[in-house]
Design a protein around this ligand. Structure first.
Ligand code: IMP
Length: 424
């Protein structure tokens, strides 16, 4: 059975968690394949909001198995907090949560290194979530990392100490003031590692292979967004993993010819948290309205998100890189009340009009060219059928489908599971 993928097509925070939760009943296994606790996947059901960082968004469904794949980086302290929250909700995760032995561990010193690196950059800050993501992936590619499977080895604490000592000398190398009490952080870390070790560690690529052979349905859940991809994103203002479709192959061990549907999730407008270029960013009342109505604050850091019009040039690029087969449009309800909507359909780039994402999209190189659309005033949040959607929204959707050559099969009109409109 082919593995379906679900990915964010913008700079993250598209609403992936909600859609995974909505689709989980169609799947036996939900698997995360990259990223770590820099992610914040928000799910709302039965009047309650749940935020997951590392644990797959299928965890609230009794029938689904949830796999943390080899491409993920795990902070045991944050992971333990997530488990504690699940316990409070009486979610029985022990049987349904599996962890790849090949996933890498975020050490307390990785977080400190992240902070030191960011502080040393001054104005050129990436705006990292400071969860230690970059330094952990650096140790992975540098072949120095500690993996989940290492925790089962008798000498893992010696390995830990060696790496942590090296990190401490690296922190000292940065000429910045980082205050920390490593002994205290380590106490929490070692306690959390014991909790992690009480869970089920597996050879996940074999598990995924056998599951496919046995016709189990698998949904791979992406984190962050395509424009934060280490290769295809707005480098260096990106995260440190492959957030695009190829990441599911390396982050789970799925062969490229075993990928089925690729669900691309995007907001009806655009947001970005952290630094980096954002051609359609708004600094006026329209941007402020999107931020206010859309509650645009980061689920992990609480930072305000930058808001702007939909960028079709960037969206098309993301569809291409990922091979998107179905689109899902989120937060359409937030655009209710705008008299005119704008969609960026091309860029003015060094005197030319171009329709592809160039190497450099810094404001001095790129000016967005917009197409205007009539807005709608209807409140969408209580709508449940495609036939109820206002005509102006249908025109907006039809234009996007035509330009992206891909059907929009879900329109989300609010954060709750129930506020989801399926289109044929
Ligand atoms: P890092 O992955 O924490 O190092 O952050 C690198 C960049 O990616 C920063 O601009 C973050 O704000 C952004 N980022 C990381 N994870 C997410 C996410 O889940 N949603 C949105 N932005 C993210």
């Amino acid at each position: 059975m082919a593995v379906d993928l679900l990915l964010g097509l913008q700079w993250g925070d598209e609403g992936k968690g909600k859609i995974v939760d909505v689709l989980t009943s169609n799947y036996n296994i939900i698997a995360r394949f990259q990223g770590g606790p820099n992610a914040g996947h928000t799910l709302v059901f039965n009047g309650k909001k749940h935020v997951l960082h590392t644990i797959p968004s299928g965890i609230f469904h009794d029938e689904a198995t949830n796999l943390v794949g080899n491409g993920v980086v795990i902070d045991p302290v944050i992971f333990k907090k997530e488990l504690d929250k699940l316990e409070e909700q009486n979610v029985d995760y022990r049987k349904s949560l599996l962890i790849s032995r090949k996933a890498h561990i975020i050490l307390p010193t990785h977080r400190l290194l992240d902070a030191a690196s960011e502080a040393s950059k001054g104005k050129a800050k990436i705006g990292s979530t400071l969860k230690g993501i970059g330094p952990t992936y650096m140790d992975k590619t540098g072949r120095n990392g500690i993996r989940v499977g290492d925790l089962e080895l008798a000498d893992w604490k010696e390995r830990y100490r060696k790496l942590a000592n090296k990190h401490e000398s690296m922190i000292a190398f940065y000429d910045v003031d980082i205050e920390y009490d490593l002994a205290e952080e380590e106490e929490r870390f070692f306690e959390a590692v014991e909790v992690l070790k009480s869970l089920t560690f597996i050879d996940s690529e074999e598990y995924v292979f056998q599951a496919q052979k046995n016709n189990k349905t698998i949904l791979a859940e992406g984190a962050q967004g395509s424009l934060l991809d280490i290769d295809f994103g707005t480098y260096p203002f990106v995260t440190s993993s492959n957030t695009t479709a190829a990441g599911a192959c390396t982050g789970l061990g799925v062969a490229p010819n075993k990928i089925g549907d690729v669900f691309g999730i995007f907001k009806a407008y655009t947001t970005r948290v952290g630094s980096g270029p954002f051609p359609t960013e708004l600094f006026d009342d329209d941007g402020a309205t999107m931020a206010k109505v859309g509650h645009e604050f980061g689920a992990t850091t609480g930072r305000p998100r930058r808001c702007g019009w939909l960028d079709l040039v960037a969206l098309k690029y993301a569809c291409q890189v990922n091979g998107v087969t179905q689109l899902m449009m989120m937060k359409g309800d937030v655009l209710s009340g705008f008299k005119t909507l704008k969609v960026c359909t091309a860029y003015k780039y060094k005197g030319d009009t171009i329709k592809h994402l160039p190497y450099n999209i810094e404001p001095e190189n790129v000016t967005p060219i917009y197409t205007d659309f009539e807005g709608w005033s209807e409140d969408l949040t209580s709508m449940s059928e495609a036939s109820q959607l206002p005509e102006a929204l249908n025109k907006y959707i039809a234009f996007l489908e035509k330009e992206l050559e891909t059907p929009i099969t879900i329109v989300s009109v609010g954060p709750d599971r129930k506020q989801t409109i399926f289109r044929n």
